[in-house]
Design a binder for this molecule. Structure first.
Ligand code: AP5
Length: 243
């Protein structure tokens, strides 16, 4: 962990059921860095609400909603889905998370425009952004992670054929469903997603560093160690208002 300063993007934020102040976290990092894995662990162990635009969009595609139909072409190509779709989904999910222990935005914002919108939304609702966790990792490792990733289509659990294999080959530990690979994890699409990340999302790292919100972690470390580092840092840091 190379740097860490927490500040609140706005005052307030309320208090969660556990009695501590609700925590707002953003996860930024390239495709396959382990954001979803860590966010799901924070949800299971710390009661944080995991909000993933990728998961919400995939669900919309499965449900054949209008948003899902519009998003599908972009997702298959590895491009970002238009803001009007993603912003609406995220704001609805954040509103639902109010009054809870906090939330983890996994994969939002991904552009400066989305970052501005998030600030405005939080300010208008008295929400708090405590830290932006940046998952630092080399691209050679990412490709191995993506091509070996398998998902449970029922509960969304994330596996890897080598690094996190299920107990029974090809089956989810939690519900026994047959695991699937994500279509956008095919090598050509994954490489395109890396390019999209570098061009559109990476500039956010300096933006949040300048604001003193960035928590950089070495995402090549084991997931269990990352969980201890991230939760150990954010749970004990009270949010302080911006000047
Ligand atoms: P999304 O689903 O968010 O994909 P992503 O950001 O590209 O991230 P990934 O889900 O690929 O990776 P991850 O970092 O969560 O890694 P994971 O934990 O699974 O977005 C998909 C698409 O939706 C986008 O391309 C775009 O079209 C659209 N979209 C999403 N957000 C948008 C937005 N804000 N605006 C517009 N469009 C948007 O781990 C990967 C693998 O590694 C797994 O197999 C896991 O088991 C393994 N692993 C994890 N951690 C470790 C570890 N520490 N050590 C070893 N293996 C590990």
């Amino acid at each position: 962990m190379t740097e860490f300063l927490t500040r609140a993007a706005s005052a307030g934020g309320g208090s969660g059921p556990a009695g501590r102040a609700a925590i707002g976290l953003v996860f930024v990092g390239p495709p396959g860095a382990g954001k979803g894995t860590l966010a799901k662990t924070l949800q299971a162990r710390a009661g944080m609400r995991h909000i993933s635009p990728g998961d919400l969009l995939r669900q919309a595609v499965r449900d054949h909603t209008e948003y899902g139909r519009k998003a599908l072409t972009y997702m298959r190509a590895g491009d970002l889905v238009p803001d009007e779709i993603v912003d609406a989904m995220i704001q609805a999910a954040l509103a639902q998370a109010e009054g809870g222990s906090g939330w983890v935005l996994d994969g939002y914002p991904r552009t400066p425009a989305q970052a501005g919108l998030l600030d405005g939304f939080l300010a208008s609702r008295g929400g708090t952004l405590n830290a932006v966790v940046y998952f630092e990792i080399g691209e050679d490792i990412l490709l191995r992670r993506l091509t070996g990733r398998r998902l449970c289509p029922i509960c969304g659990a994330i596996y890897h054929v080598d690094y996190r294999p299920p107990r029974s080959a090809g089956r989810c530990d939690l519900d026994g469903a047959e695991l699937v690979a994500r279509r956008d994890d095919a090598p050509d699409t994954a490489l395109h997603r890396f390019r999209v990340y570098r061009a559109q999302t990476a500039p956010l790292i300096d933006h949040y560093r300048r604001r003193g919100l960035l928590l950089s972690v070495n995402a090549e470390r084991p997931a269990e160690e990352l969980y201890d580092m991230i939760w150990g840092s954010v749970r004990s840091r009270p949010a302080t208002p911006l000047p």
